[in-house]
Design a protein around this ligand. Structure first.
Ligand SMILES: Cc1cc2nc3c(=O)[nH]c(=O)nc-3n(C[C@H](O)[C@H](O)[C@H](O)COP(=O)(O)OP(=O)(O)OC[C@H]3O[C@@H](n4cnc5c(N)ncnc54)[C@H](O)[C@@H]3O)c2cc1C
Length: 410
């Protein structure tokens, strides 16, 4: 008989006790479950929606880059990428395809000012040991990536950056953790239970109250994405979080997009795109969007899409890659928008660690980078729970000082 294809094993019964309860079943909750089971804990994940990875995680572009502006996040991404690279071996899920592509990240500059900023950042990245980030002149960049505009003055590029399918990542982590067979390298005793359609409506030290009854646990991890502040408030905690709409334009069939292109970013405007399907995904991290309440359904807008595609726009994709003008003029492409919310913290770095309520931990606020940084962050939260990592001195602990950091463009 053929072996059963790996899948998430859902439980219809909610346990009444656990070593750790994880609230939220996006990529962050699934990664926390995975590392908790590996550490030998009896872990229960509760998600209020009917399926895992259905809110912010599937809207994401699934991209990962070591080209960050601080060593802490570089290390988190490095750990994530190590897991992505060895996913089948680390999870025991033979044949689980993450759709991983390493096609690089290219930040292109059209002004001297942004070229200079890029140069300074690359010097710092080299100082942090990230020595494979290249600084390219405009001509070098065009030689490697002929679709670039003659206006591009220079670029920073790292070939090892890339992307994957974020939903397959989240579900793969949950599938591995919820399988009764032991995870490779796991400590004995680890069990992962996944319950969907269960909402957490109360949080206190030692227990969560849900729509299906109470679960007692010495450790509770809040991994509720844009809803993190609201869930933390159930425990009486005040968490600073600014859910902010971010959209993704899906262009399923655009032959002009080179399938082997890197993620290509306009260093001034933060408009960017990457190959996907038989076309691409395009995004723009606009600076002026106001935060809002956390939302279950985030509307996408046509005006936002036009701002990327219309060559007359001040943040048109065509500024860096002129073939996008042809796509606009041809006018035949079908496209649709998807939207979710970045879960911004004041310094745009995640909250990883315990709170003032004993046993209640935060794992969130990934500020738009949760696919790439949450495997590392989730492993660290679990290590804090089992006492192998000192939470009090952790640079991303929730009560760290947060003001005064120059912010990344994406
Ligand atoms: C357009 C866009 C592009 C992005 N691109 C990238 C990218 O390229 N690379 C990258 O690294 N990141 C990217 N991100 C960011 C990334 O998607 C997020 O950081 C990540 O998905 C957050 O995961 P999460 O598990 O915290 O949140 P979510 O996926 O939102 O999951 C949170 C879950 O908690 C559940 N929940 C909430 N309240 C409760 C409750 N009371 N009880 C039970 N369950 C509850 C929700 O239903 C939800 O399923 C992007 C985001 C957007 C919007």
């Amino acid at each position: 008989m053929a072996a059963e294809a790996p899948r998430v094993h859902y439980s219809h019964e909610l346990p009444t006790t656990a070593d750790v309860v994880i609230v939220g079943g996006g990529v962050v909750g699934c990664a926390t479950l995975f590392f908790a089971v590996r550490a030998g804990l009896r872990a229960v994940l509760v998600e209020r929606r009917p399926a895992l990875a259905t809110l912010t995680t599937p809207v994401s572009t699934g991209a990962f880059r070591l080209q960050f502006d601080n060593p802490e996040e570089i290390e988190l991404v490095r750990e994530g990428v190590e897991l992505f690279d060895a996913f089948e071996e680390r999870t025991g899920l033979t044949g689980w395809d993450l759709a991983l592509r390493r096609q690089g990240y290219l930040f292109a500059s059209l002004t001297e000012a942004s070229s200079e900023r890029a140069r300074r950042l690359v010097v710092r990245q080299h100082d942090w040991g990230l020595t494979d980030v290249e600084l390219l002149s405009g001509d070098e960049a065009r030689y490697r990536f002929p679709y670039l505009s003659t206006d591009v003055l220079g670029a920073r590029y790292r070939a090892g950056d890339g992307w994957l399918d974020p939903k397959r990542l989240a579900r793969g982590l949950a599938a591995a953790a919820s399988d009764a067979r032991q995870l490779p390298g796991a400590q004995a005793g680890g069990v992962g239970v996944v319950c969907t359609g269960v909402e957490v409506i109360g949080v206190r030290s030692g227990a969560v109250e849900t729509t299906r009854g109470e679960v007692a646990a010495p450790a509770i991890v809040l991994a509720t994405g844009p809803f993190l502040a609201r869930t933390a408030a159930l425990a009486g905690l005040v968490v600073r979080l600014a859910p902010t709409r971010r959209q993704k334009l899906v262009l399923p069939d655009v032959p002009e997009v080179p399938p082997d292109a890197p993620m290509t970013i306009d260093e001034e405007t933060a408009a960017h795109w990457r190959p996907a399907l038989r076309g691409g995904f395009a995004l723009w991290t606009e600076a002026g969007t106001d935060p809002s309440e956390p939302l279950d359904d985030v509307p996408a807008t046509a005006a936002w899409a036009h701002g990327l595609l219309d060559p007359a726009s001040d943040h048109a994709l065509a500024r860096v890659a002129p073939f996008w003008s042809d796509v606009w003029e041809r006018g035949t492409t079908s496209w649709y928008g998807q939207a979710g919310q970045y879960e911004y913290t004041p310094d745009r770095r995640p909250y990883i660690g315990p709170t003032a309520v004993p046993g209640v931990y935060l794992n969130g606020g990934y500020s738009g980078h949760g696919i790439m940084t949450s495997p590392g962050g989730s492993r660290q939260v679990v290590e804090m729970i089992v006492g192998r990592l000192d939470a009090a001195t952790h640079p991303l602990r929730p009560d760290r000082p947060m003001e005064g950091r120059e912010l990344d463009i994406l």
